[in-house]
Structure formats: C-alpha cells, structure tokens
Design a protein around this ligand. Structure first.
Ligand code: ZN
Length: 64
C-alpha cells in the first residue's frame, strides 16, 4: 500500500516527461525513451516509447 502511494507521488513529481513502463524483454521497469502521447482505439491515452536497454517498444496506459 505504501509503495503504491509512493509510486503515485513519483509520477506526480516527475510529470509525463519521465515515464516508466515494464519491459517484457528485460523483465524490468525501464524509463521510456522518446515518450510520445498517443490515443488508443478505445479513446484512452497512452505513452509510447522505446526501452533504453533493448529497444523494445513500450506502452504505458494513462489512467482514466
Ligand atoms: Zn528492454
């Protein structure tokens, strides 16, 4: 519960420029490189970018 709150705070402080996403190739959280805001087919916003380590495309769905 505490970790969850801290993560929310981190996102709030860092803003949308520094976004972390889970990389399935690295099996770790990575800071998204070259993040771009996109809109998904269902109308939700997401951040799309690249894993700085392996180059895999990362997505992070933005809340609500
Ligand atoms: Zn990776």
């Amino acid at each position: 519960m505490l970790m969850f709150l801290n993560r929310r705070l981190d996102i709030y402080i860092q803003g949308p420029k520094m976004v972390e996403a889970y990389c399935v190739k690295c099996r770790a959280k990575r800071e998204i490189q070259n993040p771009q805001e996109i809109t998904l087919k269902n109308g939700r916003k997401a951040i799309k970018g690249v894993c700085p380590v392996c180059g895999t495309t990362l997505y992070r769905i933005l809340g609500k």
